[in-house]
Design a protein around this ligand. Structure first.
Ligand code: ZN
Length: 264
């Protein structure tokens, strides 16, 4: 069954969607991923995982629909690298608000972001409430990557495999192997950060950063041991996770008489 919203005619969409439909927006990025991966890595991952999860969730009875992915997002941590095409935070926020306003014009009342780029997470989290308050949508956010600490990061990455490392490179070796050049894959792990108990990319104390703060190539991680087999495993985990999220989003209901503001 066709679940690509952009291929429907407007009147068809208006009658096909209902209040319980879940609209899915993949958010990727076009950004520098080191010498061995394509700029579209996060876009490919977000759109492919989201499409597979929508298919699977529909097969399980969830009324899910897919929007075309958002390719240009908040990649300012890679602004220094040619090829990165990024939106500033306020441009992206306004874009998300406009997309939310547009979704609110359909019968659907639920919108799920499936995010493939970590640099978007904080802003998407703010957008969730903005769209909830302004348009009355029920809004949700999930990501394409597996939770940290589950063995995704190889032991050589010291937990810092966040960009162009083992996981992302393995995923792309599975999804688009012709776009990966493993002869250029190099280990770039910010070992100096391993000495901190509090300060880090995530956790109790964080810093503002750009990717060339730590490595000249912009890679943060160790892609050298990446394999397509691990990519299959990661892809399956991601699709399973997003599918499960879609099932829970479908069941999620707020208090029926909670305030529903007019579209603004
Ligand atoms: Zn990435």
């Amino acid at each position: 069954m066709n679940r690509d919203l952009s291929t429907l005619a407007g009147p068809t969409l208006a009658s096909a969607l209902t209040e319980s439909s879940v609209v899915v927006l993949p958010t990727g990025a076009i950004e520098h991923h080191g010498p061995h991966l394509p700029l579209a890595t996060d876009y490919v991952t977000a759109t492919t995982v989201a499409a597979a999860a929508v298919d699977r969730a529909v097969g399980q009875g969830v009324d899910a629909w897919l929007l075309p992915g958002l390719a240009y997002t908040k990649s300012d941590e890679h602004h220094w690298a040619p090829g990165t095409v990024w939106l500033s935070w306020d441009t992206l926020m306004r874009t998300l608000v406009d997309i939310g306003r547009s979704v609110a014009m359909t019968p659907a009342r639920k919108l799920l972001f499936v995010n493939g780029h970590g640099g978007n997470t904080a802003l998407l989290s703010v957008a969730l409430r903005e769209l909830r308050v302004r348009f009355g949508l029920q809004t949700f956010l999930t990501g394409t990557s597996s939770p940290a600490g589950d063995g995704v990061n190889g032991p050589d990455e010291l937990g810092f495999g966040i960009h162009g490392g083992h996981a992302e490179t393995s995923m792309m070796l599975h999804l688009r192997p012709e776009l990966v050049d493993m002869t250029l894959a190099e280990r770039n792990v910010p070992e100096q950060l391993a000495g901190f108990t509090r300060l880090g990319f995530h956790g109790s104390a964080v810093f503002g950063w750009q990717s060339d703060d730590f490595t000249a190539s912009g890679v943060i991680g160790d892609p050298t041991g990446a394999t397509a087999e691990w990519g299959v495993e990661l892809f399956e985990r991601s699709v399973a996770s997003v599918t499960e999220v879609l099932g829970e989003v479908a069941r999620f209901e707020r208090r029926p008489d909670a305030a529903r503001p007019p579209i603004g």
